[in-house]
Design a protein around this ligand. Sequence first.
Ligand code: DGY
Length: 324
Amino acid sequence: MRPSVLVARQVFPAIVTRLREHFEVEANNEPVDWSHAELMHRLQGKQGVFVAATEKIDAALVAGCPELRAVCSMAVGYNNIDVAACAARGIVVTNAPDVLTETTADFGFALMMATARRIAESEHFLRAGRWKRWSVDFFCGADVHGATLGILGMGRIGQAIARRGALGFGMRVIYHNRSRLAPDVEAPLSACWVDKDVLLAQADHLIVVVPYSAASHHAIGSRELALMKPTATLINIARGGVVDDAALAQALAERRIAAAGLDVFEGEPSVHPALLAVPNVVLTPHIASATEATRRAMAQLAVDNLIAVLGGRAPLTPVAAPAS
Ligand code: DGY
């Protein structure tokens, strides 16, 4: 008998077609989020599940789905999946690294430039019919070229952003990561490891790309914001919860930092109301990896992982269980 797979989120039809070549497939064909209870119900009798960063695969769900053998996500971040609970049950978890690195780095850079150069704020001004005359200090922002780029989290995406900054924009690149990169990786990026507080104090533009975990919860909060330059910008393309959104909104309102660009939010798709009320923030709805080609590649990788795992082969991109 062929294994059964659940596609928990509406995805490209070609992806479902490919899955049907290998599995019995039940797919969410509507633009709706299934509740935890519905997901659990639909997973009964299924050996595999295709998810994104949005489906919560927690210990209760794992316990309630005894036949589940593979949780394959089209996202690179996997803080929505209880990897330890899956490992304890022998369930393989996979994510989708690499295929979104350059696209996400492009977006991080775009958000940084839009924030530094006040593109959204000035566009809103123009659309509101408020452009009556040009003035010498009209929407003056901060230079990106030649500035100091700070990167918190120096994985694949951080490194791709560093390359753009150093090679394309002549920026001085500093970073903080739990572990320093090997010299042969660091050197071509022209990036320099610094202590986190030094990063905060010296960055003109700080990009957060650290994965979310209990350890990175509110890695940028009131204390960290207070260390930043009043002229600095902060960009979060990592995960909601890495930045304390309430503390950030207050810092923006009081102009303790110049501006922020946020693609991810605590409790998204809800956005902290105080962030919606300040002009000096660019807000986007978690779209850093959103190009057609990249989203297809991410989904395809999740499919390839399902085919491998349920076919008895090694996963292509497994997520390691946390050390116990
Ligand atoms: C990811 O892949 O983790 C992105 O944030 C999209 O969900």
